[in-house]
Design a protein around this ligand. Structure first.
Ligand code: NAD
Ligand code: GLY
Length: 364
């Protein structure tokens, strides 16, 4: 097992990464159980519960636990589903000494985390990510929340977990398209911050696609390490953290316009990254060779580099105007530079953005 620490003062926590770490026990208590204060509410969904719930319950030691099983899917990441969690907490009589355990992918992590942020004004939670995307990105850094029909992740809070336990052996049951969606966020880190990691990904993509555990652990560890350093420097996204949204402004528009769940988050991020690369070429901030390397790696990972067939530029613009990176009416975008560098800015030529949208939208 490898452990990384994220240093946020009194909100610091460990990120444990390895194969079989769900079953790492000290006596009857697992790595998850030892971070539970007095009792646990495990929040999971109908797909993950039959696969992993028993193993998590087995590690609670002498701490009583309850669980709530939510419907599966991005379409359920909303306030109505959240109410099911609050109801379970209230019915079971949870007080501030309770701990929520988020067992699942990014959808469960974001919803369980927001429940923890808001239940009785804030209780502890442990992240137990079971998708590649959640292990490399969403379980770390404390962004929690739900979608609104008018915009992705529009209701939420910053609330850090007390621990992250990422067992890469859970990825054995993850479908290929979900695994690829996680690779989109892994590739993102190479693009924005770490050219050496991008080169490692070019060399290791075949091993990652073959689900080689050593390669996966390395990819998860290096991704979490990069994210931890970014979050330590800018926890509340006043600056550098916005770089983690490469491709996301376009991608969130795709997810919302297509109906949540129809395009996977990672797929939409990949298409959005292709659009950001196109914009950067038009702005002459990168040359064609950078774009070609980026598109090549995304395509090798099995990810889309085009927008949905039926999406219009107006749909893009209306969802993008509601992005959280809009300040004073100005839409800030993450603009990739040479591999390993990117910037966030509103100082781009809007005509270049319109040209990118036109190039990616075949629909009128
Ligand atoms: P997801 O949570 O919907 O999981 C994908 C699918 O895989 C689901 O059907 C799930 O039930 C299933 N699944 C999960 N683990 C499994 C396993 N081990 N075996 C088999 N099936 C399994 O999707 P995701 O890609 O993990 O997360 C996407 C969400 O994360 C989006 O809502 C996105 O907005 C959010 N996100 C949040 C952050 C953040 O910082 N908070 C960062 C990135 C993404
Ligand atoms: N996934 C973007 C962030 O955590 O800031």
């Amino acid at each position: 097992m490898r452990t990384l620490d994220i240093d946020l003062g009194d909100r610091s926590y460990p990120i444990h990464i390895g194969s079989g770490v769900l079953d790492n026990h000290k006596g009857a208590t697992s790595l998850i159980g030892e971070r539970v204060k007095r009792r646990a509410m495990i929040v999971t969904n109908e797909t993950i519960a039959p696969l992993y719930l028993e193993r998590v319950l087995a590690g609670m030691g002498n701490k009583p636990s309850a669980h709530v099983v939510l419907p599966d899917g991005e379409a359920h990441k909303n306030l109505a589903t959240l109410d099911t969690v609050f109801e379970a907490l209230l019915r079971e009589g949870f007080d501030r000494g309770g701990t929520i355990v988020a067992l699942g992918g990014g959808v469960i992590g974001d919803m369980a985390g927001f429940s923890a942020a808001s239940y009785q004004r804030g209780i502890d939670f442990v992240q137990v990510p079971t998708t590649l995307l959640a292990q490399v990105d969403s379980s770390v850094g404390g962004k929690t929340g739900v979608n609104h029909a008018l915009g992705k992740n529009m209701i939420g809070a910053f609330h850090q977990p007390v621990s992250v336990v990422a067992d890469v052996s859970t990825l054995d049951t993850l479908p290929d398209n979900e695994y690829a969606a996680g690779l989109a966020e892994v590739i993102k880190y190479g693009f924005i911050i770490d050219a050496a990691f991008f080169c490692w990904l070019e060399d290791s993509m075949d091993a990652l696609l073959a689900r080689d555990q050593k390669a996966i652990i390395e990819a998860v560890y290096r991704s979490c390490e990069i994210k931890a350093r970014v979050v330590e420097a800018d926890e509340r996204e006043h600056g550098q953290r916005a770089l983690l949204n490469l491709g996301h402004t376009f991608g969130h528009a795709i997810e919302a316009a297509m109906g949540y769940g129809n395009w996977l988050h990672g797929e939409a991020v990949s298409a959005g990254t292709a659009m950001a690369l196109d914009l950067a070429v038009r702005l002459e901030e990168i040359d064609e060779s950078v774009r070609a390397r980026g598109l090549d790696l995304l395509k090798r990972a099995g990810l889309p580099v085009h927008a949905p067939d039926n999406m219009t530029t107006n749909q893009f613009l209306s969802f993008m105007q509601r992005d959280k990176k809009v300040t004073d009416g100005q839409l800030r975008l993450v603009i990739p530079g040479p591999i390993g560098r990117a910037r966030v800015g509103a100082d781009y030529d809007p005509e270049a953005l319109y040209a990118t949208l036109a190039a990616f939208c075949s629909a009128a």
